[in-house]
Design a protein around this ligand. Structure first.
Ligand code: AMP
Length: 302
């Protein structure tokens, strides 16, 4: 079934110990869409400026992503500049330029309003709320955020959490949001804000899911070479939501599989800068790595 995503479409400038990229295609909704497109039809809501070219549009077309909701307006596309040191889990933001996102008022095309799976990718929580107000009875709503919004729009984010089924957040941001150093206590705090399910992304240490009384821990794939972690969180969310939308099943067992598909997509994404790897995968690549994950964590009962 279809997925609706709202989030950033951006030009990123990224520096890692292994190289750099200048003004390359990025953004939370971009990474999410490319990743989820392997599992389900994705419909995108975002805004770009006049500097967004046909070549960039081709990336969405290639993956059959519906961009009726991608508005092009006067001005410059959103820009993010970041740096990673040897600890690739921690992105250091050098500069954020909202540009066309500062005045963006998302209006959903009529046919987007009945889409059953909704992902509110990292963007201003006020815009995430505006999108949510326009959809009619979605089956499952998930959202992401980052420290920039926790620090700048805390109240809007708290409000948003009342209406989502699943919240996906980084480990350090979960602690920051809950103002609580213990991850388990932070998780309880966040669940009390509304979402039934919480997934905490832990970079190269994997992900933790809190679902009611159950806790599930998934590893990350032990890659030999990581070039650029940008978009790992969004491609994780893309694989996760893509698999949920493909199966239509939000039971605990299926959610565990979905988390592994998310981890598979994130592991491919960090093997290159921008979307270079995500653009060229096959279902066979994805399934092969899924099975490697299974072997990685399998052990017998005592
Ligand atoms: P992640 O998956 O967490 O690595 O997210 C990386 C993407 O987030 C980059 O491609 C950025 O363009 C985008 N990004 C960075 N800061 C923001 C922000 N404040 N709002 C929305 N998107 C952002």
């Amino acid at each position: 079934m279809d997925i609706l995503v709202v989030g950033s479409v951006a030009f990123d400038s990224v520096e890692t110990p292994f190289g750099r990229a200048e003004d390359v295609l990025g953004g939370s909704a971009t990474y999410f869409s490319a990743s989820a497109s392997y599992f389900a039809k994705v419909n995108l809501v975002a805004v770009v400026g006049e500097d967004f070219s046909e070549e960039h549009i081709r990336v969405f077309n290639e993956k059959d992503i519906d961009i009726k909701g991608l508005k092009r307006v006067n001005g410059r596309t959103f820009r993010w500049k970041g740096r990673y040191d040897y600890d690739l889990n921690q992105a250091h933001t050098i500069d954020t330029q909202l540009n066309v996102f500062s005045n963006f008022d998302p209006v959903l095309p009529e046919e987007y309003r009945d889409i059953p799976y909704v992902f509110l990718a990292n963007i201003d929580p006020e815009l995430q709320l505006k999108v949510l107000e326009q959809v009619r009875k979605p089956m499952f709503v998930a959202c992401d955020t980052m420290n920039f919004w926790i620090e700048g729009k805390y109240d809007a984010l708290r409000e948003l959490l009342r209406y989502v089924d699943l919240f996906v957040i980084n480990e350090s941001e979960a602690r920051e949001f809950a103002r609580e150093p213990s991850l388990v206590k932070a998780a309880r705090f966040i669940l009390d804000c509304g979402p039934g399910i919480l997934i905490i992304k832990r970079g190269e240490y994997g992900a933790l899911m809190f679902n009611g009384r159950s806790v599930f821990s998934a590893p990350a794939y032990p890659l030999e070479d990581i070039y650029d972690p940008t978009g790992a969180g969004d491609s994780f969310a893309g694989g996760l939501m893509g698999y949920i939308a493909y199966t239509g099943d939000v039971g605990e067992e299926n959610l565990r599989k979905a988390i592994i598909f998310g981890s598979v997509m994130a592991s491919f994404n960090v093997e290159s800068f921008s979307l270079d790897r995500l653009r060229n995968l096959t279902m066979n690549d994805i399934h092969t790595r899924y099975r490697e994950f299974k072997r990685l964590t399998h052990f017998e009962d005592i």
